[in-house]
Ligand binder design. Structure first.
Ligand code: SF4
Length: 185
């Protein structure tokens, strides 16, 4: 949930991106990294991580979703999310994320997992793009990406910083491609 107005409207219509939907039966899509878990723990205080996290298997479908999100990092993605390994994601209560309350997310903006903070945007080729989501009211109401940005009260610079922190917190360092390295030698 990014903007209380449009996200609140979306939520009141039962379309929140903090709620599982039938087409999303793999769970809320976002894996949560250790640095993000540490931030949540220090925000919540006196909670154990088992109380809000599920430890899920890295299924082939999950790994291929991660590889699509990080197309320049295929090798690292397979190291960080090996088949037969596990990752953490947020527990749900009923169909809702465990942190979803009547007035929205109980976590502070800085404490929310990065995937929550960037959604419904992502960056491909360094350009902001939006995921297809027929339940997102902002996407339904807007025709262009600048309109969606405005509607959700965000901007490409802020989103780029969140995107970079996702790479950082997952240890997905962007090394220079071999060809570019040679040109710089
Ligand atoms: S952590 Fe907050 S923003 Fe993220 S899915 Fe849960 S309720 Fe929504």
């Amino acid at each position: 949930m990014t903007n209380p107005n449009i996200c609140g409207q979306c939520d009141s219509m039962g379309r929140s991106c903090c709620t599982l939907r039938a087409e999303n039966n793999e769970g809320l899509p976002a894996p949560v990294s250790e640095p993000e878990i540490e931030r949540i723990l220090s925000f919540l205080k006196h909670k154990r991580k088992e109380s809000f996290l599920d430890n899920r298997s890295n299924s082939p479908q999950f790994i291929s979703q991660m590889a699509i999100l990080f197309p320049d990092m295929a090798d690292s993605v397979h190291k960080i999310f090996p088949l037969n390994g596990t990752h953490f994601d947020l527990k749900t209560q009923g169909d809702d994320c465990i942190f979803k309350a009547i007035n929205g997310c109980i976590l502070s903006d800085e404490t929310r997992p990065h995937f929550c903070r960037i959604y419904p945007f992502w960056f491909f080729d360094n350009e902001p793009q939006v995921f297809e989501d027929s339940n997102c009211l902002a996407l339904e109401n807007c025709q262009t990406i600048p309109e969606v940005l405005l509607s959700l009260g965000t901007n490409p610079e802020k989103l780029k910083q969140i995107h970079a922190r996702i790479y950082e917190d997952w240890g997905l360092s962007r090394s220079m491609p071999e060809e570019k390295k040679k040109k710089h030698m």
